[in-house]
Design a protein around this ligand. Structure first.
Ligand SMILES: Nc1nc2c(ncn2[C@@H]2O[C@H](COP(=O)(O)OP(=O)(O)O)[C@@H](O)[C@H]2O)c(=O)[nH]1
Ligand SMILES: [Mg+2]
Length: 258
């Protein structure tokens, strides 16, 4: 049990002292995407909860407005130097939600906070940023996919996810997959979250995704638990630490190149 606490302490300290290490970028920006109900808002709330030890329903409330919005995690007197932007979940029908052709504009930082994503993204909009800098760009793409519906996911959702991932790959932006709801696919894992890496059912779901295992982070989000569940916190912190590291490497790499 002590090694759990040590992991939490070290991760928490690392995140608390984290700085981007680039003079051009003060905040690492992550984009959350994935089907409606995948657990994007819950994942943000879970991170917020782990970092602050309190449940917040901010993300859930904001997500109902249909706007793209950026969430920051408060820290004593300021904010952590990373944000998560939630684009409205991709709908089953093309035409609702974000159009795939607009994804590169979002990734390249043309879309400011508060942009109403159901409108086509156009240059006339006051929330359109003509000349985004490295600081405005998305530095890590985070796909949120629920473990319990991977095999049932509509082809159109799978295609949309693939298109977004392809755009990010073309732009060289790092990507991770957060696999939520691991408790819903395996009773063993539901009983003991530590079993997540040993579970055959989870391995099966991971292999269905067809991406390298080191980019997939299984989590169980906080939804009706009390805060401070060590095993849940560890998976959430592991995911967050990796996201921050991927984003940070990307920014340093881009800073060298410019
Ligand atoms: N069992 C379980 N339920 C989850 C998990 N993550 C999210 N949920 C539930 O799934 C539903 C959709 O989550 P939400 O965060 O609103 O999804 P979003 O549309 O992607 O923002 C909510 O009822 C959550 O409580 C999880 O890890 N395990
Ligand atoms: Mg949401």
């Amino acid at each position: 049990f002590l090694h759990f606490l040590k992991f939490i302490y070290v991760s928490w300290t690392t995140l608390n002292n984290f700085k981007t290490g680039s003079t051009e970028v003060n905040t690492l920006r992550m984009l959350l995407h994935g089907p409606v109900g995948a657990g994007k808002s819950s994942f943000f709330n879970s991170m917020d909860n782990v970092l602050q030890d309190r449940i917040t329903t901010r993300a859930l409330a904001d997500s109902l407005s249909g706007k793209s919005f950026t969430m920051e995690v408060k820290k004593a007197g300021s904010y952590f130097p990373f944000t998560f932007t939630d684009i409205r979940g991709m709908e089953q029908e093309e035409g609702n939600g974000v159009h795939p052709k607009d994804i590169p504009k979002i990734l390249l930082g043309h879309v400011k906070n508060g942009y109403i994503v159901k409108n086509p993204i156009s240059e006339g909009n006051p929330k359109y940023n003509e000349n985004p800098s490295l600081n405005d760009r998305i530095h890590c793409l985070v796909a949120v996919i629920p473990a319990n519906s991977i095999s049932l996911m509509e082809q159109i959702v799978i295609d949309q996810l693939r298109k977004v991932r392809q755009k990010a790959r073309d732009l060289g932006i790092p990507q991770v997959i957060i696999m939520t709801k691991v408790d819903e696919v395996c009773p063993l894992v539901k009983g003991n979250l530590e079993k997540v890496y040993a579970s055959k059912k989870i391995k099966e779901k991971v292999s269905l995704l067809g991406v390298p295992v080191n980019c997939i982070f299984p989590v169980k989000n906080y939804h009706d638990e009390d805060p401070g569940n060590t095993k849940m916190d560890i998976l959430i912190l592991k995911a967050l630490l990796n996201i921050v590291n991927f984003a940070s490497d990307y920014v340093l790499d881009q800073t060298d190149n410019e």
